[in-house]
Design a protein around this ligand. Structure first.
Ligand SMILES: NC(=O)c1ccc[n+]([C@@H]2O[C@H](COP(=O)([O-])OP(=O)(O)OC[C@H]3O[C@@H](n4cnc5c(N)ncnc54)[C@H](OP(=O)(O)O)[C@@H]3O)[C@@H](O)[C@H]2O)c1
Length: 305
């Protein structure tokens, strides 16, 4: 099967190669999925899991891309709830080969059914940003209607999902980003926008929740905005920023079939919009990832036309 592999961590996307790899087999709890569309997070090649297994051993050549939409072609033992021929979407394990390929073995629990009226391209764009936003806002941030939330990177892939979900939930949403992102963040539902390049973050006043995608100094300054009992949730890794009278949670998104169903239902209802940037075919993917034009939104690689 065709697959994009990486072997050289220092090379970044320039080290991606389109090559032939053996088709995977379904292990215990796995299904094999024929990938129709694959989602790639722009900084995946900096994640340790792209290069090593859980023991820290080199696992290259590895196949990046950890979101997919496709059709189940084989079932291993214990693949509750899925059947051969079913349309599915979801995430693959960070420490296993991913989805920039024709077939992938993935644990059944990482997948949910993809309704027939949702395109594979849209399906592949939802899992990471959808689950990350959902878990950050509701599981870790315990967001309630009427509360205020500061969403960093509100015009970005994850931030635009968080903005929409928080707004639908009845929260007051303040988005942040670069000056050029203002209109996009407002279009996704932010009620206010802070241009991090020229506005003073401190002028926001108090918020109940911060949804952080940056870490570093921005997360530290945001901690100071959080009201008593509030939470700083970050997806940027462990940070030392703490609200004076609240807590900080950093987390890595987890697969969740029920949440995937909720997310895709909102897309079907027109309540949630995905943020897709560039779409390319697998044969053109390496050139796309190394192109000079900067695309905002999620890059989706179509594996089947
Ligand atoms: N922990 C987890 O489970 C998890 C899950 C998903 C993603 N992530 C991580 O979360 C991060 C965000 O992912 P994403 O896909 O949402 O990325 P993204 O689409 O690039 O979103 C980030 C947004 O913030 C903007 N931005 C970046 N630096 C900025 C700055 N200094 N000031 C103002 N705006 C700035 C970006 O604008 P420009 O494009 O103009 O830079 C973009 O609009 C990535 O590092 C990803 O790996 C973590």
């Amino acid at each position: 099967m065709k697959a994009i592999i990486v072997t050289d961590q220092a090379a970044g996307t320039a080290g991606m190669q389109l090559t032939e790899r053996p088709e995977p087999e379904a292990g215990i709890n796995d299904v094999v999925v024929q990938v129709h569309a694959s989602g790639f997070t722009w900084d995946e090649l900096t994640w340790p899991s792209t290069w090593t297994d859980r023991q820290g051993n080199d696992r290259t050549p590895s196949i990046p891309g950890h979101e997919l939409a496709g059709v189940v072609t084989a079932l291993g033992y214990g693949t509750t709830g899925l059947s051969v021929g079913q349309r599915v979407f979801g995430v693959t394990d960070w420490y296993r080969n991913g989805t920039l390929t024709e077939y992938v073995a993935v644990e059944a629990r990482n997948l949910a059914p993809l309704p027939g009226d949702v395109d594979f391209t849209v399906g592949a764009s939802l899992p990471m940003p959808g689950l990350t936003a959902w878990q950050g806002l509701f599981e870790h941030g315990h967001l309630r209607a009427g509360q205020s939330v500061l969403v960093h990177g509100a015009a970005g892939v994850v931030g635009s999902m968080a903005t929409q979900l928080a707004r639908e939930h009845g929260a007051y949403v303040i988005g942040t980003g670069r000056a050029a992102h203002r209109q996009m963040a407002l279009d996704f539902g932010a009620q206010e926008f802070v241009d991090l390049e020229s506005d003073a973050l401190e002028d926001v006043g108090g918020v109940d929740l911060v949804f952080d995608v940056f870490g570093g100094g921005i997360a530290r300054r945001s901690a100071g905005l959080i009201r008593a009992g509030g939470t700083l949730v970050t997806i940027a890794g462990p940070i030392d920023a703490r609200p004076a009278n609240g807590m900080t949670v950093d987390f890595v998104v987890e697969p969740d079939r029920a949440q995937l169903r909720e997310i895709v239902q909102r897309v079907r209802d027109g309540r949630l919009r995905t943020h897709i940037g560039n779409i390319a075919m697998l044969d053109d993917a390496v050139a796309t990832f190394n192109g000079t034009k900067r695309h905002h939104g999620k890059t989706i690689i179509r594996v089947r036309p």
